[in-house]
Unconditional design. Structure first.
Length: 168
């Protein structure tokens, strides 16, 4: 079977989905939330601990919101993590970036291998351990594509193209 770019990309995606990852972002959110809760005044802490009143406590953002490595923690806008929490948070960020770099490298290496051959057999010969991520035949590869029936009819019922009266 001849490999298409769609099959190659699906192969790389499927193999990468089996690479275990650690959710450093969730660890960061838990670390910062626990640190912020520890810094709350007793009256506010009482509100936070009660699930019925937790929504009344202001949440402040901490971290890098543009890189999705941030948390919303209870407290005022000027919340500053403790030195220990800040140090651990920085370590988690470094670990996350290292994990992402390693995954990027794995993905690029696998993609290079997949794009260096033109048939399924050649790819299986090169990487026999990864055969389970390839479709068995062309029919199986095409079966995974979505089938859209009556697309034109549905568009026509919706008034497509503009200015045309909807079909009855």
């Amino acid at each position: 079977m001849k490999l298409t770019n769609t099959i190659r990309d699906a192969f790389v995606r499927a193999a990468m989905n089996d690479v275990p990852t650690v959710d450093f972002e969730e660890q960061y959110r838990k670390l910062m939330t626990d640190d912020a809760v520890a810094q709350l005044p007793p009256a506010v802490r009482k509100l936070w601990d009660n699930k019925a009143t937790r929504d009344y406590v202001h949440l402040a953002q901490v971290g890098d919101r543009y890189r999705s490595f941030h948390a919303y923690v209870p407290g005022m806008r000027d919340y500053k993590p403790s030195a220990e929490a800040a140090e651990k948070g920085t370590a988690l960020k470094v670990q996350k970036e290292a994990q992402e770099a390693k995954q990027r490298q794995l993905r690029e290496n696998l993609k290079s291998a997949a794009y260096s051959v033109s048939t399924r057999k050649a790819l299986v010969d090169m990487l026999p351990e990864f055969e389970k991520y390839l479709p068995a035949d062309e029919a199986a590869a095409n079966r995974s594509l979505p089938v859209i029936a009556n697309l034109v009819a549905d568009f026509s019922k919706a008034g497509w193209p503009k200015g045309k009266k909807p079909a009855k």
